[in-house]
Design a protein around this ligand. Structure first.
Ligand code: PA5
Length: 442
């Protein structure tokens, strides 16, 4: 795939090409295991062929629903958490005009259910009070507490504002085909629904209606997004593109050399939530059995003025993966100033992006010199097609990487621990024993 470039020369001052090549056989095996579906968690591999198998009719139906919601609403609140939140948020933020939120013109997508902040919910409800709003409620299990609380509040508000019948037209539920409280509720209320395939885990679900409907409501091209992913999927599955494997091998070779933390770096503020999506994908897929690279992120150059010091000179257990965007959408040059009181005339006439690129290069060199191995992944520009390819690239790579690490990349047993304690503390029926046990610890 020409639109994704991978460069790992910046790791060679820390590990050798031989260290990476030593993972060749294991890596090939991991790819085979993933593609043939013979490894741990193989009941959650629906995402592997999903993009090229997504029928155009599904995308058209999602676009039709999105356009109906856009006609009815000035604001659509996407309610969900984790994989039912981050993919849509990442793509929408990446493709949106940074200041679109301050423009009243288009239907705006807001998010809820991704936290239990009382102030967040109260302020959201206040904002929605006199607005035409709708809700996309998303939960694969249909039982997750955070979105359930948010949806209960927003549903009640919407019904109070427009009546039950009209509210029903403005609510779309995305959930399991048969199971879960949300499915029961959606059926009882008669909401339009979309299905999250059984064999696609939450963090791999951005290219299902989970991500696609909010992205379409925000006005972005889901056909191009899915096409970018489908092209990458075809190339990865056929073996004509091995970049996911190269990335997986490189990061595992670094991990084996003691680099326990990977920092995903961007030099484009639009990618902040792409990093959040990536952190969930990699954190939940690999952090288990006492193993796993810790996925962190920074937004540069902003964070060079905060985390830059640590990265340059702190404990040498980190490596960086920079997502580099070759071309920015706009052109803006730094003006010449006769008085030059700020001393900036040496860059007058240069594009802002040229300065940014020199900051990126200078940072990569400084970090490599400081003992931070550096991987670079480039895309030509931020577009729906390229984001689709990048999403699939990272999904495939984490599957391969998880198998190289020796874990099941498709489960997340650890996320239950906090829920058990929370339910026990809230005295949820059925948790009596846990309530007693946790009280004994307090
Ligand atoms: O990746 C995952 O499986 C999780 O992060 C889920 O997406 C998250 O917990 C939300 O789950 P649900 O969609 O069932 O509400």
């Amino acid at each position: 795939m020409e639109n994704i470039k991978f460069d790992n020369k910046g790791v060679l001052s820390c590990i050798s090409q031989d260290n990476i090549d030593a993972l060749g056989v294991e890596g090939q095996q991991a790819v085979k295991t993933l593609i043939e579906g013979t490894g741990a968690g193989n009941d959650f591999l629906g995402w592997v062929r999903l993009p090229q198998e997504t029928p155009a009719s599904l995308l058209d139906s999602i676009n039709a629903t999105a356009s109906r919601l856009r006609d009815l609403c000035d604001v659509v609140v996407a309610v969900g958490i984790g994989g039912s939140y981050l993919g849509a948020k990442a793509v929408i933020e990446a493709l949106s005009n940074t200041f679109a939120a301050y423009e009243p013109a288009k239907t705006r997508v807001l998010f809820a259910g991704q936290n239990i902040g009382e102030d967040y919910m109260a302020e959201l409800q206040e904002y929605l009070r006199n607005r035409k709003f709708g809700i996309i409620v998303i939960s694969k299990s249909g039982t997750t507490t955070e979105p359930a609380i948010a949806f209960r509040l927003l549903k009640e508000q919407l019904e109070a504002q427009v009546g039950r019948e009209e509210a029903c037209k403005r609510i779309v539920a995305i959930t399991d085909e048969k199971r879960g409280a949300l499915r029961t509720l959606a059926t009882a209320e008669g909401y339009e629904t979309y299905i999250i395939p059984d064999n696609v885990g939450g963090r791999f679900s951005v290219l299902t209606p989970v991500g696609l409907l909010p992205i379409a409501v925000a006005g972005f091209d889901i056909h191009a997004l899915v096409k970018g992913a489908a092209d990458m999927a075809k190339a990865t599955i056929s073996g004509t593109d091995t970049l996911s494997l190269e990335y997986a091998k490189t990061r595992n070779a670094l991990y084996r050399a003691g680099k326990k933390i990977e920092i995903l770096v961007n030099f484009n503020p639009k990618l902040h939530f792409f990093s959040e999506w990536w952190k969930q994908l990699y954190g939940e897929s690999e952090g288990k059995d006492g193993k796993g690279i810790y996925p962190a992120s920074v937004d540069d150059t902003t964070d060079l003025h905060s985390m830059g010091q640590w990265i340059q000179e702190g404990e040498r257990i980190i490596f960086e993966t920079v997502i580099s965007v070759e071309k920015s959408e706009h052109t803006l040059t730094i003006p010449f100033d006769e008085s030059n009181l700020d001393g900036l005339n040496y860059i007058a006439g240069k594009r802002i992006d040229e300065v940014n690129k020199m900051a990126e290069l200078g940072t990569r060199i400084a970090h490599i010199d400081g003992g931070v191995p550096n991987i670079k992944i480039s895309i030509p520009e931020i577009s729906a097609y390229n984001l689709g390819s990048l999403i699939y690239f990272f999904e495939a790579a984490v599957g391969i990487s998880g198998y190289l690490l020796g874990v099941n990349p498709f489960n997340q047993p650890g996320v239950e621990a906090y829920k058990r304690n929370m339910f026990a503390l809230l005295e949820k029926p059925g948790y009596e024993k846990e309530t007693e046990a946790i009280r004994a610890k307090l």
